[in-house]
Design a protein around this ligand. Structure first.
Ligand SMILES: NC(=O)c1ccc[n+]([C@@H]2O[C@H](COP(=O)([O-])OP(=O)(O)OC[C@H]3O[C@@H](n4cnc5c(N)ncnc54)[C@H](O)[C@@H]3O)[C@@H](O)[C@H]2O)c1
Length: 221
């Protein structure tokens, strides 16, 4: 049984993760941490094997650092902060850190398809659309998509277009343009359950990963 702690457990993603962990086989929801629940992350680290963090851009680095220094594996979904500092902490620790800017399989496939298209139609723009309480822009998914398209030889025009409106969850469109034609690829997360199979898979796999620091759900597929 993997003992799972959820950091940011009172939030939109954290509460959905709590339900997913409780429903998954081979793991148990051992503890929840969130200032909104009056429970500090440091208070639960002795009770868990893996922490899943969906907190805030301001708190995720400190949270993940505390876990790794305590020897607790981290599955990190929070976006909007610099991952390089976290990589250094993970490399010096005795635990593993798995980060995914997007845990939805459809978004991972969108990024992979975009790389394929970019080899033939390099010029493109990204429109990402999220609910109006999202704190960071552009989204972590958009930043990752820019990196992957660039690595495939594509050219994402600046800036990424960020739309924030009530009613949205998490959506992204990549539009490729060439002489006399365009090609658009779009992914829509219309419910936060779309992220849960990826989160549960990461919880199962994080302890056995070959590297201390791993980015991208595609590495687990
Ligand atoms: N990787 C993905 O697939 C994915 C998908 C959706 C959202 N996200 C990201 O997840 C994060 C959370 O999104 P959300 O919509 O659930 O936000 P939210 O505002 O609903 O929840 C954040 C929670 O973090 C809590 N919190 C604040 N300080 C904390 C601390 N020090 N330790 C622990 N918890 C703390 C808050 O009280 C709140 O309950 C955002 O960065 C968002 O961009 C990632």
């Amino acid at each position: 049984m993997i003992r799972v702690g959820v950091s940011g457990a009172a939030g939109r993603m954290g509460s959905t993760v709590c339900d997913a962990v409780e429903a998954a086989e081979g793991m148990e929801l051992a503890a929840k941490a969130d200032p909104a629940l009056d429970t500090e992350l440091s208070a639960i680290l002795g009770e868990v094997d893996v922490v899943v963090d969906f907190s805030t851009p301001e708190t995720a680095l400190d949270n993940a650092t505390a876990c790794l220094r305590a020897g607790v594996h981290v599955v990190l979904g929070t976006t909007g902060f610099d991952l390089d500092a976290l990589r250094a902490v993970a490399d010096a620790s005795e635990a593993n850190c798995f980060v995914a800017p997007n845990f939805a399989i459809g978004a991972v496939l969108l990024m992979q398809v975009s790389q394929t298209i970019a080899r033939h139609m390099p010029e493109c723009e990204i429109v990402e659309l999220h609910h109006d309480r999202k704190l960071d822009a552009p989204s972590g998914t958009a930043k990752r998509t820019v990196e992957l398209i660039a690595a495939a030889g594509g050219n994402v025009h600046e800036p990424v277009h960020s739309v924030r409106l009530p009613g949205l969850v998490a959506h992204q469109e990549v539009i490729f343009g060439d002489e006399g034609q365009t090609l658009s690829v779009r992914h829509d997360s219309i419910d936060r359950v779309s992220f849960m199979p990826g989160v549960v898979l990461a919880v199962r796999r994080v302890a056995e990963l070959p590297d201390r620091f791993t980015v991208g759900l595609e590495k687990l597929l």
